[in-house]
Ligand binder design. Structure first.
Ligand code: AR6
Length: 179
């Protein structure tokens, strides 16, 4: 699914965040220490190689909602933007912190002149954020931020499974119907 807002494209696909060669930056759902861990972070660090953990070390720790940037090393992407999402119900208000994570990632991308960014569904794995609630915050935040961005013209949500993709498509359709 793909929607157009002026010359800004928002896209929803099912797939693996480490296999998006046409995107300039991918976003990592990191931990505070910016270490490999499981889920998205594990997959990104495996694909990028050990240089990524090296580059991350001096940037850690980060706080919920914060974003930092590194090269992509062996990934097909020039950059990785690492954000720490909220642990659902522990880092509160979780919706505000999740929105801040998306906003800060986009702001950092824009400051680096990045044109395309791929996001996973931040906080919806180990951090326990319900998929539909997270999708609503994520998609709303990106659509609201889009007009203020100078360089970022293409945002892709890369959802790992069919259910997550379907939920994101339904939420986006609803947001489009009731602006
Ligand atoms: N590509 C796209 N999405 C993926 C991939 C992938 N390769 N792998 C998993 N997902 P999570 P969080 C989905 O747990 O909730 C880590 O251990 C997954 O199905 O990676 O923000 C870190 O070190 C889920 O919907 O991130 C942190 O400690 C979503 O990506 C902690 O987990 C996010 O799942 C961060 O937890």
């Amino acid at each position: 699914m793909r929607v157009q807002q002026g010359d800004f494209t928002l896209e929803i696909v099912q797939g693996d965040i480490t296999k998006q060669p046409d995107m300039e930056a991918i976003v990592n759902a990191a931990n505070a220490q910016l270490m490999p861990g499981g889920g998205v972070a594990g997959a990104i660090h495996r694909a990028a190689g050990p240089e990524l953990a090296e580059a991350c070390r001096p940037l850690a720790p980060i706080r919920p909602g914060q974003a930092v940037i590194t090269p992509g090393f062996r990934l097909p992407n020039r950059y990785v933007i690492h954000v720490l999402g909220p642990v659902y119900g522990r880092d509160v208000p979780s919706d505000r912190i999740l929105a801040e994570a998306y906003r800060n990632a986009l702001k950092l991308a824009d400051e680096h002149g990045i044109r395309s960014v791929a996001f996973p569904a931040i906080s919806t794995g180990v951090f326990g954020y319900p998929m539909e609630e997270a999708a609503e915050v994520a998609l709303k935040t990106v659509l609201e931020a889009a007009p203020k961005l100078r360089h970022v013209r293409h945002v892709r949500f890369v959802l790992f499974d069919e259910r997550a993709r379907r939920i994101h498509e339904e939420v986006l359709a609803r947001l489009q119907a009731t602006p």
